[in-house]
Write a protein that binds this ligand. Structure first.
Ligand code: SAM
Ligand code: SF4
Length: 330
């Protein structure tokens, strides 16, 4: 079975936000004062599992749990365990997660035991004070010890770093060398205009074109053969053992090869991160509709998946996406 959208893109990757809540408040992701959703609006673990199963039966091979912070969701390991069991008799090949890493020290062992072999950890700086500033109150040591714990259990890590204007542009060499020493791949990401934050987006955004050119003088990049089907372009470089990725939603559109859709913690299927259309699966499931109806609606959603996002960062234009990144999880 294959899921194909109206532009003949094969969709085999589902990202699901298991909670809108988070133990940090990264300044580019959220406002300082956030109202999180009441519990009854969030999908139950059983609803998430059922929805995932329907996607898997239609051809999804990879599932990423995200949030908010996925590790703050109560009983998250139970969900992962149930999803992991589906690998045995379906086409599901991989379950992974994107985490801020603050709780990894406690969770690394049980993640590994339940089939998680690779995770993405979001980390924008390795300076204690700067980490506190960008996350508003986080403690870098929790993340660093979490990373070490995950490596101890042989979980492969990729670091994701949002490049933020006048904040970490001057630290990118240090981050690269730090990752290189630990043998961890690193991907840089451009800030995206997902709803309003407390600071205008044009004061946050840095084009990765500019960063690539600066780093290339030093590392003399060559495009890596490594292809994930995702938006990142990977490079290898002089004196680097690791791959360096660049995700450039604004400076270099990659939507033609999109292979994914996203479900919010409330069960809304967003066919594109950068558009507002959705299909509400919580309504469908709570109205006692059967799995064949769910599958029909998934196919319908794919038939209207937009061609591309239209992100724009311009002080004169309000963000047209009315949800923060924690709703769909990046
Ligand atoms: N809490 C987890 C974490 O931080 O890894 C998972 C959810 S977080 C929303 C997923 C990713 O989105 C993180 O790598 C974060 O840095 C990134 N992100 C959040 N807001 C963003 C924005 N406006 N533009 C670009 N990336 C953003
Ligand atoms: Fe939380 Fe991740 Fe958003 Fe930071 S980026 S506030 S860790 S959800």
């Amino acid at each position: 079975m294959e899921l194909v959208d109206q532009f003949l893109r094969k969709i085999n990757y589902l990202r699901i936000s298991v909670t809108d809540r988070c133990d940090l408040r990264c300044v580019y992701c959220m406002k300082e004062k956030m109202n999180f959703l009441p519990k009854n609006e969030i999908l139950t673990l059983e609803e998430i599992d059922r929805l995932c199963f329907n996607f898997i039966q239609l051809g999804v091979e990879k599932i990423r749990l995200t949030g908010g912070e996925p590790l703050v969701r109560k009983n998250i390991i139970e969900l992962i365990k149930n999803l992991n069991e589906k690998k045995q008799n379906t086409n599901l090949k991989e379950i992974t997660l994107t985490t801020n890493g603050t709780l990894l020290k406690n969770y690394a062992k049980s993640l590994k035991e339940n089939g998680i072999d690779r995770i993405n950890v979001s980390l924008d700086t390795i300076n204690n004070d700067k980490y506190k500033k960008i996350t508003r109150f986080g403690n870098l040591n929790n993340v660093l010890s979490g990373i070490d714990e995950a490596l101890k259990y042989n979980i492969k890590i990729k670091i994701n770093t949002v490049v933020f204007k006048n904040f970490n542009e001057d630290e990118l060499f240090d981050l690269i060398e730090w990752c290189n020493n630990k043998n961890i791949d690193l991907t840089f990401i451009e800030v995206m205009p997902m709803d309003d934050t407390d600071m205008p987006r044009n004061m946050q955004f840095v084009s990765l074109d500019k960063i690539y050119k600066k780093l290339n003088k030093f590392y003399n990049f060559k495009e890596s053969e490594h292809k994930t089907g995702g938006p990142a372009k990977y490079y290898i470089g002089h004196n680097l053992n690791i791959k360096l990725g660049f995700i450039t939603p604004l400076s270099n559109n990659f939507c033609a090869s999109c292979n994914r859709v996203r479900i919010s913690s409330t069960g809304k299927l967003f066919m594109c991160l950068g558009q507002n259309d959705y299909v509400d699966f919580r309504e469908i499931m709570r109205n006692d509709r059967g799995d064949s109806h769910i599958k029909e609606k998934i196919k319908f959603a794919l038939s209207v998946k937009p061609k591309r996002h239209d992100f724009i960062i311009d002080p004169k234009i309000k963000p047209y996406i009315k949800r923060h990144m924690n709703v769909t999880g990046g």
